[in-house]
Design a protein around this ligand. Structure first.
Ligand code: PRX
Length: 625
């Protein structure tokens, strides 16, 4: 019998008890750990599906992340930054505060006001976090676009959000090379009429003509009075893939999100003053928002920020970083772990990882054997591993063991329990509770502070996407089961969203990109199991009449990478004579998937024309892209 445990010695049952007794009152108490300019008059306004927390209260995220630490921690490192080439910087809480104040003053000088949108397209540098905090400081809404996205993805997000200012960098560094972000940004700017000013962190040379160099921004005064913004005012938009062709703008608010992130960061990571926390997520994704940019700063923690990939120049990179800075907490993804496992135990074992005391996983299901390797080889058998489940939409963790407050047995592969104050249920198609150990749909029965405000500009879509499948409940789109101990096991997406290396990519988005090519009449994209990245992308296309091109598969792979970003590049694109469809015309993705994985195609009686499968079999047997 395995005995894994959150063995950090904390056990405060009062937290869960209070939360179970009255979740609204419980979160009211949690919010009081933060600074408010004006207290709220109503803890929760719940007008389903719209939750508004701490109504009437005013606060500021940047004030809570920086100003509150100035008396006690101004010399404490907020960020140890390391570049892929080994260069390092240390930014203290005092330096971060001054940088953010200068930027906030500069942005105000550019006419940015409360509620205005600012797009940030930057690599993993402290200036990205500073830019987010500067927006928050004046009440502007930031929208960070992952720096691996293409110019058209960037332009679409700028246009959808109506951003008036773009902050970017000239280059990012990755896998030994540099990425020309300025060129991508310039291409995007050709079709973004709303952008009045472009600010550039020019790392490699002078600022491009007409753009404002970073040094100009830093000439502004280094103090700034943080705006008192309403708790319910928006803090940021983060675009994420859904089941339609167009990414959704997830809109998060201020006070609720801040409370959720602050509490969960402390509970999950048992954060203490001497900790050195290391999260490998890019700030361009939600993990980087909640648990790189905001959570650590709200809690006054020191963190490591690394710009680069985990296996460059070799597979010892993460372990070297942990050793160099004495990291105590590591938060990473199953994909990164699976990639590093394949290099064997010798590399991590030859590094001093003894400072680690807690390990976390996020973004995709973690296989039990990977969990055990993480626990035994990286954690030396002494560090609890927490598997944290949540989404862009939830703002922060909703399922996780919480070693900071609870002592709990751990089961490899299970996220354990919902966080205090959140009631979950796994249900069947009809919405009735599923029996223990039976696969069903995860649902959430009550609002939590980090829940999104809405989808940017589309309340109806917010209602339809998350609150209609099971009326009165939030439906995240995940399969799950509950075991006899009430532990939750997450079993992957129940919709057409893929998780490739933990990145979320909608099949509809890929399909609409593929059919935008003049040679393509129809397309269908499926996810197939991948031993490292969790899922890989395989596309099927039906070409227009008369098109014969032996290289079309390769050309289409590159087109998708160019139009969406390299993370979305399909592993293979197969031209096929026709797609398998039901009589009502629905594409049968299940069949396509089993044709790639070699599984049984099962029942095909609902197919309109079963000879289609032979045509596909012939096509994928021969050519691939
Ligand atoms: O399917 C779940 C999976 O990632 C989805 C959310 O993706 P995203 O919005 O990009 O946020 C990722 C970072 C929080 C979920 O619907 N997911 C996330 N964490 C886990 C997970 N699946 C299993 N276990 C997890 N710990």
């Amino acid at each position: 019998m395995e005995a894994y445990h959150t063995n950090l010695g904390n056990h405060d049952t009062s937290v869960r008890e209070a939360a179970t007794h009255d979740y609204v009152r419980f979160w009211d108490g949690e919010a009081r750990h933060l600074h408010w300019f004006e207290p709220w008059s109503q803890t929760l306004s719940w007008n389903p599906p719209f939750a508004r927390w701490f109504v009437g209260g005013t606060t500021n995220m940047s004030y809570n992340a920086l100003d509150v630490h100035q008396e006690t921690r101004s010399d404490k490192p907020a960020i140890y930054w390391e570049g892929e080439d080994g260069s390092t910087r240390t930014i203290t809480y005092g330096e971060m505060y001054r940088m953010v104040c200068r930027l906030a003053n500069a942005l105000e000088g550019l006419g940015v006001k409360k509620g205005d949108r600012v797009t940030l397209y930057m690599p993993m540098v402290p200036e990205l976090i500073a830019s987010m905090l500067a927006c928050a400081r004046i009440g502007a809404v930031h929208t960070v676009v992952f720096s691996g996205f293409s110019s058209s993805s960037l332009a679409d997000r700028i246009n959808d959000s109506g951003s008036g200012v773009l902050i970017t960098a000239d280059v990012g560094y990755r896998r030994g090379g540099s990425i020309d972000l300025a060129r991508t940004a310039k291409e995007a700017l050709d079709r973004t009429p709303s952008v009045r000013h472009t600010v550039v962190l020019n790392r490699a040379g002078p600022a491009p003509h007409g753009w404002i160099p970073w040094s100009d921004m830093m000439e502004h005064p280094d103090s700034h009075r943080a705006a008192a913004v309403s708790s319910t005012d928006p803090l940021f938009i983060l675009y994420t893939s859904g089941t339609t062709g167009k990414p959704k703008g997830v809109l998060h608010g201020t006070g609720g999100y801040m409370t959720h992130v602050h509490s969960t960061f402390g509970w999950a990571f048992d954060i203490r003053d001497g900790d050195v926390y290391f999260c490998t997520a890019d700030v361009g994704w939600v993990t980087g928002h909640s648990y790189v940019a905001y959570g650590p700063l709200l809690c006054g923690a020191t963190q490591i920020m690394y710009e680069g990939v985990p296996d460059y120049p070799d597979a010892s990179r993460l372990w070297k970083i942990i050793e160099r800075y004495g990291a105590t907490i590591l938060y990473t993804t199953p994909t990164a772990l699976r990639m590093l496992i394949k290099y064997g135990d010798k590399i991590p074992r030859s590094h001093d990882l003894s400072t680690l005391r807690l390990l976390g996983s996020v973004g995709e299901p973690i296989n039990p054997e990977v969990w055990r390797w993480y626990h035994d080889t990286i954690g030396g058998g002494r560090c609890p591993v927490i598997d944290t489940w949540w989404q862009t939409e939830t703002g922060g963790m909703l399922i996780s063991a919480l070693p900071g407050i609870e002592s709990l047995p751990l089961k490899p592969g299970s996220g354990t329990l919902p966080i205090p104050g959140v009631q979950m249920e796994v249900v069947d198609e009809e919405g009735t509770p599923a029996a223990p150990d039976t696969k069903g749909y995860l649902t959430i029965r009550n609002p939590w502070p980090g829940v999104m405000l809405t989808l940017w500009g589309d309340d109806q879509k917010y209602r339809d996407t998350y609150w209609s499948r099971f009326p009165g409940r939030y439906y995240p789109g995940d399969y799950a089961k509950v075991d006899g101990d009430g532990y939750l096991w997450l079993l992957g997406r129940a919709d057409d969203i893929l998780k490739v290396s933990g990145h979320r990519i909608g099949t509809a988005e890929l399909e609409s990109c593929l059919v935008s090519h003049e040679a393509v009449a129809e397309s269908a994209v499926v996810g197939v199991p991948d031993s490292i990245r969790g899922e890989g992308i395989v596309a099927f296309v039906v070409l227009r009449e008369g098109i014969q091109d032996a290289n079309i598969g390769q050309a289409l792979r590159e087109m998708v990478a160019g139009q969406i970003g390299p993370v979305a590049r399909p592993d293979a694109v197969y031209p096929v004579p026709a797609l398998p469809k039901t009589r009502s015309g629905k594409i049968m993705r299940r069949l396509l998937r089993s044709m790639v994985t070699g599984g049984s195609t099962g029942d095909t009686t609902t197919m309109e024309d079963s000879s289609v499968l032979d045509g596909i079999r012939d096509s994928i047997g021969g050519r691939s892209g």
